[in-house]
Design a protein around this ligand. Sequence first.
Ligand SMILES: Cc1cc2nc3c(=O)[nH]c(=O)nc-3n(C[C@H](O)[C@H](O)[C@H](O)COP(=O)(O)O)c2cc1C
Length: 371
Amino acid sequence: MSVEALFQPFALKSLKLPNRIAMASMARWATPGGDPAPLADFYRRRVEGGTGLILTEGANPNRPAAGNDPNSLKLHGPALDHWPAVTGAVHKAGGAIVPQLWHCGATAKPGQKWAPLAPFESPSGRQAPGMARGIVMDEIAILETIAAFADAAESAKAAGFDGVEVHAGHGYLLDQFLWAATNDRTDHWGGATLAERSRFPLEVVKAVRAAVGPDFAISLRISQWKSADLTARLVETPQALEAWLAPFIEVGVDIVSVSQLRWDTPEFEGSPLSLSGWVKKALGVPTILAGGIGMSGDFISAFMGAPGRPEPLDAVAARLAAGEFDLIAVGRGLLADPDWAHRVQDGRPRSDCPPARLFAGVTPSDSESAA
Ligand SMILES: Cc1cc2nc3c(=O)[nH]c(=O)nc-3n(C[C@H](O)[C@H](O)[C@H](O)COP(=O)(O)O)c2cc1C
């Protein structure tokens, strides 16, 4: 078996990649005040190590409670002055870069005492059943938030990014609208069906599409699981999956970025297909797949102290070649080693990912190489 399939180019509208390897979005809160300047070197180093696409850590649109840490990355205000240096560094090294637009909703950072300037905001004022936090968004807050996503996307295009990703998974704001357990609104932003609860995320995507024009690639990050409930599920059948996501494709999503805890977990009974495979099969759109690619365990366990160990990539490459997904997003592997992609390509040994790696600040480059 070979890993050659991972090293084929990929093109989708504005997104032109030398290979199929993306760095997964990873918030590390190592950007003081949300200013992206320190990320230029961090991301450039991964691209020099063979990564084709950088999905930035979650970056906030201009809402006072969009971030859950004082160092949450920003895609508005003075931070915009420094994004071109980050996109430029990645492009110069031969890669592409896409920001992840992220609003935390009612999800505070675990252990974080800091609170944003305005209260946390969400559809029904809670992160999960029994986890109340902040305020219920009124109509004005909802409309302003949609506009803030659109502004951030427009700014991203102006700053030289190659596309945008909208974060609608992991139990953050958009997912809080989708999940029945966090959305019991009785206005038109809620409802008994997933289609009704999809209205807010759909309006966000629509506004983002209108802001960036038809040729700029838009990715939608989704997950079944929520950080507050790893067993939560939005859909139970392939038909429900198709009915949920088809409207998102209609309003402008080009690629679906699927977050699983493990990439090879079958999604529905009777088939080995991953959620990502089902998205492709049901909707015919390209997908990005993340979750334990080339690394044992999952990142939630890593936060609880479990080290990740390198795993072979033959099966990943074979399933990509068979069309189950188009790109892989690698998280812990690329924290452990900026040269991850070149090592995979050359068949060289790769590093473990000790839990401490998840929390390290952004540090200049070469010292981060694995032994
Ligand atoms: C330190 C850290 C921070 C993360 N932050 C984000 C984030 O900002 N946005 C997001 O969508 N996922 C985030 N994730 C999840 C990753 O994008 C990815 O899905 C996960 O790490 C699984 O990939 P892995 O097993 O290769 O690490 C984060 C993961 C880690 C380890």
